[in-house]
Design a protein. Structure first.
Length: 824
């Protein structure tokens, strides 16, 4: 009977307006007479949220009834960006909203701009998780994301006098996209002791007692699929003091302050995202975050499974859990603990279930990024988990020993416990031992992990346990949303938007690569996107750039291995070259705008120095009248997802120039090419597969290969080495204070000149600048350039995250889509 009372989602402009007015006047308790853009954003979001919730409920019911296998994606980061634009496009009612908001006196772009990015991630790994959620929903897979509801996301970057300054990102003031679930709360235990005893049957029982309890409360975020009613759930956990823990004893004794302090201490767990994306610092609070989130998520997953009343042996047939890097690896231990300590299973039976359930994705080979936790810290915070890890390790090492008798070296190398001072738990090894599949994120990277950091494990478990799933990006956000005009032009030729669900359909664009009218439209859209970015540059930096210049863009986290320093050294080289040229020579040059953006980890001094150098070079070059439009150098403040949506469609060339073998995949390389830009890059990460797909003639590759890196480094340390001559001149200019006090930059120069040049800047510099000259040359032939960009877009179908998710589903998770009936 209740069915006839169910809310009906709006479909028309009038109904949408009614919903907006209703939300302004009741939910927000404001009058339409003083409805500003903030209120209009809030009301429009609430209208779409209501619509999503109806489908979200149906999707969850459908999944419960179908009772098929689900996948749970555990990620400490979800770099979602803005939700409103995405919701409107995925639901397919952006035009309705545009007209409706227009009637009410608003421009939809201004309303979209009101939203604060959900920036619960650092960079590549977090944004990948967000693209995966979009694909999982769009393909109707029964899937949940689990993460932490940070009160502060990644810091906001401000540039003050050329230096990075970090400002807290307080984003939760108003967030219409989350649903607090105060009824879904889990008590999470920390510290305490373990006690063992024999029960009546003589079986050893272990209990974990004492310590402190923190409460995890669920906040749910609906994830709409594109062109499907399927709406999945992202569940984020927030920490609070458990009600029993608020110390009333203290309170009654008048010690109000310290009882509030306890409360705050609990809330600290989910307070802030750690801003490091490549350095493991071993902080206790980070381990607390990891266990808090993992324990709450597993409690939820196990509870859902237990409702089905199935035997434990069926757990891996119902549940797949993917570990996004090693951050959630404690889940392996927590599930084993639940099964043996709380559910009474035997060790072997439990372990068999655990390993069938988990898969582990590795995202980096940088040694400083591989997580290790000190054993004493672990012992104190999670005593029962440490003892289970020791048992896992013992069983594992025994099996290794049986197959490799007497190889003590091997045992030491693969032990989950590193025999250092203090001893350390190696989380990647624990993740490998606890999972049935381990994957890298691009072909080269997956090969490298098998031959370097995880080599011994390939010998132990056999090669089939290790696999590759090359990363992908969602074309909904990264083409349709970020570049609506390009998406519309493509749709006009391909007969609709079907390519957004099957990106290989882009192939048919290739036949327009020489079509004059099409090329004109294509080039016009690129130009308009550059005008839009030029405006953004003007308002944020005050610098005027010429939209007809070549836009050369490098936006990503600042890191020595990504080599923004090589880019800025190249810019200085260009500046010196221009200065030395006569008027006639200058006429032949293509004007260029070098654009940088990205955050440096707050404690990463060298990265901050790179930011400072870029800004200092910009201050000199941009004010040099003699150079004018020939060269501009821009640092864009606070690079994030919503800014990327403006930046990516505006590139002519983008830079993906990591030292070969260091960038696991990269995903912005895919975004730039999909938006009609070419790339300059090294033979690293997914650049290699991009080249294979689009053709070597459409990409500017340069530099040493990963197989030669080790020898080159060795030569730096033990051989005689000449600095590249052009680079030496760049260093002279810096040392001569051309860009301000040279002392500020001595560490950067010194790293190359005196400290081994670990990232091979000097080795690659010559081929870098000569390849940049080839870019200039190619850009002069605009007709050919445009054809190259069309052909490249046509061949990018492989890099959709839909392909990627289908590969995970088939080869790792063994799950099937659950397609809503309305989809036929
Ligand atoms: C423990 C500190 C820490 C935090 C995060 C270390 C490492 C990370 C991440 C693994 C860093 C990361 O984002 N890696 C990136 O993952 C992307 C998605 O697979 C890849 O495309 C990038 O190449 C890789 O750098």
């Amino acid at each position: 009977a209740w069915k006839r009372f169910q809310a009906k989602p709006f479909e028309t402009k009038d109904d949408f307006e009614k919903e907006v007015v209703r939300h302004v006047e009741t939910t927000l308790a404001r009058s339409m007479f003083n409805c500003d853009e903030t209120a209009a954003y809030a009301a429009a979001s609430l209208a779409f949220r209501d619509r999503l919730i109806t489908e979200w409920n149906k999707t969850q019911q459908r999944q419960t009834f179908a009772d098929t296998k689900r996948v749970y994606y555990l990620s400490l980061e979800f770099l979602m960006g803005r939700a409103l634009d995405n919701a409107m496009l995925n639901v397919g009612l952006k035009d309705v909203a545009k007209d409706g908001l227009g009637d009410l006196g608003f421009r939809i772009e201004d309303i979209i701009e009101q939203e604060h990015d959900a920036a619960l991630g650092n960079g590549g790994l977090g944004r990948l998780a967000a693209c995966f959620l979009d694909s999982l929903a769009s393909l109707s897979y029964p899937a949940w994301g689990y993460g932490l509801r940070y009160r502060y996301g990644i810091f906001k970057q401000e540039i003050v006098d050329g230096y990075q300054v970090e400002v807290p990102d307080y984003w939760l003031d108003f967030n219409p996209w989350e649903f607090p679930r105060h009824d879904i709360a889990v008590d999470i235990q920390f510290y305490g002791n373990i006690r063992k005893y024999q029960d009546d049957t003589g079986k050893t029982v272990v209990v974990w007692e004492g310590g402190e309890i923190v409460k995890a409360t669920a906040y749910d975020v609906p994830i709409p699929g594109f062109d499907t009613p399927a709406t999945n759930n992202l569940r984020l956990w927030s920490s609070k003091a458990a009600s029993g823990e608020f110390d009333f004893q203290k309170f009654n004794n008048g010690d109000y302050e310290s009882s509030v302090a306890d409360q705050q201490r609990a809330e600290t767990i989910s307070a802030v995202l750690y801003p490091n994306d490549s350095l493991d610092r071993g902080k206790e609070l980070r381990l607390k975050q990891q266990y808090f989130w993992v324990a709450a998520s597993l409690y939820d997953i196990v509870r859902r499974f237990k409702k089905t009343k199935r035997a434990w042996g069926e757990f891996p047939d119902q549940v797949a859990i993917q570990l996004n890097d090693t951050h959630p690896t404690l889940a392996v231990v927590e599930l084993q603990r639940i099964l043996i300590d709380l559910e009474g299973l035997e060790w072997d039976e439990a372990w068999n279930i655990v390993t069938k359930t988990f898969g582990y994705t590795n995202h980096t080979v940088l040694p400083e990024a591989l997580e290790k936790w000190s054993v004493p810290l672990f012992q104190n915070l999670l005593p029962r988990h440490l003892s289970i890890i020791y048992d896992i390790n013992q069983t594992f090492l025994q099996s290794v020993e049986r197959k490799n008798p007497g190889d003590r070296d091997l045992l030491q190398r693969v032990s989950i416990i590193e025999e250092s001072q203090p001893k350390m738990v190696r989380m990647a090894y624990l993740a490998i031992v606890g999972s049935h599949k381990v994957n890298g994120v691009a072909e080269l990277h997956s090969d490298l992990i098998k031959t370097t950091i995880f080599k011994d494990f390939v010998n132990i478990f056999g090669p089939d346990k290790f696999t590759n799933v090359t990363n992908g990006i969602t074309p909904r956000r990264w083409l349709h949303q970020a570049n609506p005009r390009l998406s519309a032009l493509i749709a006009s030729k391909l007969g609709g938007l079907a390519f957004l669900k099957d990106l290989t359909l882009l192939n048919d664009l290739e036949k327009f690569a020489d079509d004059k009218d099409f090329k004109k439209d294509w080039a016009e859209i690129k130009h308009a996107n550059k005008v839009r970015l030029a405006k953004h540059i003007k308002t944020t930096t005050g610098v005027t750039v010429n939209p007809s210049a070549l836009f050369d863009i490098q936006v990503k986290r600042i890191h020595e291995y990504k080599r923004q320093q090589m880019n800025i050294f190249g810019v200085i080289h260009r500046y010196l070259t221009i200065k030395a040229m006569g008027a006639e020579e200058r006429k032949k040059l293509a004007p260029r705008v070098s654009i940088f953006g990205g955050k440096a980890a707050p404690g990463y001094w060298m990265a901050k120095t790179i930011v400072h150098l870029v800004n200092s070079v910009g201050a000199v070059v941009n004010n040099d009248k003699d150079v004018g439009d020939l060269l501009k150098v821009i640092f864009l403040e606070d690079y994030n997802v919503s800014k990327a949506e403006i930046i990516v469609p505006a590139s002519d060339i983008s830079e993906h120039i990591s030292t070969a073998g260091t960038e696991a995949s990269g995903t912005s390389n895919m975004k730039f090419v999909l938006n009609g830009g070419l790339i300059i890059g090294t033979c690293d990460g997914a650049n290699i597969e991009i080249t294979r797909e689009i053709g070597a003639e459409n990409i500017f590759l340069f530099g040493n290969l990963s197989e030669d890196v080790e020898d080159l480094r060795h030569a730096h340390t033990y051989g005689n080495r000449d600095m590249d001559a052009d680079l030496a001149k760049v260093f002279e200019a810096i040392k001569g204070n051309m860009f301000g006090d040279a002392n500020s930059f001595s560490a950067l120069v010194g790293a190359v000149e005196n400290h081994g040049d670990y990232y091979l800047v000097s080795d690659d510099f010559h081929s870098y600048i000569t390849t940049q000259d080839m870019v200039d040359e190619a850009y002069r032939d605009q007709d050919e350039w445009v054809s190259k960009t069309i052909i490249s877009v046509a061949r990018m179908g492989f890099f959709t995250s839909d392909r990627c998710i289908n590969e995970y589903a088939e080869s790792i998770w063994n799950i099937e889509p659950l397609v809503p009936e309305t989809e036929g």
